[in-house]
Design a binder for this molecule. Sequence first.
Ligand code: MN
Length: 358
Amino acid sequence: MDIKKRLRKFREGLIKRNLDAALITKRENYFYMSGFTGTAAHLLITRDNALLITDFRYIEQAEKEAPLYEVVQHQHGTLIATINKLVKKTGINSLGFEESDLTYGKYSEFKEKLDIMDFVPLKGLVEELRVIKDQDELAVLKKAVEIADNAFVHVLNYIKPDIREIEIAAEIEYFMKKSGATGSSFDTIVASGLRSSMPHGVASEKKLRMGDPVTLDYGALYGGYCSDITRTVFLGKPSPELIKIYNIVLKAQLESLEHAHKGRLGKEVDMVAREIILKEGYGEYFGHGLGHGVGLEIHEEPRFSPMGTRLMENGMVVTVEPGIYVSGIGGVRIEDMIVINDTNPIILTKAKKDMIIL
Ligand SMILES: [Mn+2]
């Protein structure tokens, strides 16, 4: 992790915003800015200093993981007093805080007790840096995707009549953990039969039956980074309408991939898939965006959606996941993770996309 470079860019952002310093409280962001993996830390980054404030439990770990930071210990109940000492020492007057992370309760307390003139909401400074992934991040993301890919091949052996969705989910998660994942990047979705028309049907106790479509949507959390994959497979021969739906979704997925490159707006890529699905008469059954950025968080910038006004740049990692969901019939979604490139994207997901009938 090139923390030095991240700090340099962060400070450019501070200067642009006319801030002396910022307090970083969101877990993904303090990890990104320092390398610290613990669950309790405040970063105080000024134009000249980088301070990591944590408690007794994490001192040794913080010193090891965040060597570019001066680690400062606070006692129970003395966090604000500790920050005030550092504020005085570093002579800062304006301090940004992460508006999307601080609860109202914490904000009120900070506002009241911090010896700072300007306590200013900061929107997405670290998130902006995180949008473009560097080589180290891409290597970790690639591995996270590979674990999910392998889990897909593995779990196909378990998709049989009478098995419950939760057993399939457990098998996926067990496999991923044995492969090095620290966990799942979100609650595993296994939606079979009519449940597959629920785009986010988390695995239930429903048993699989012949003729069921089975949508699997899950991901590995590996080295702090998330992967995200969806495939819909069929247990026995599906109905003609489901076959038709599958082929439309596949076509929309493949064609939008070709347009997911540098210089395109998020909404332009979304529109490619949307128009294909609309033309086939299923427009109203594709009710979500085409894709989302993935990294330390499962959903982050940029977005492929009708509202996506961001220009695609090399090194962005995004999902491409069109779907059609018809209540009473079922649903299909196909999702890959890609890296934006000059022309064709680098498709990280390798799992087979041709229709699988088990
Ligand atoms: Mn997704």
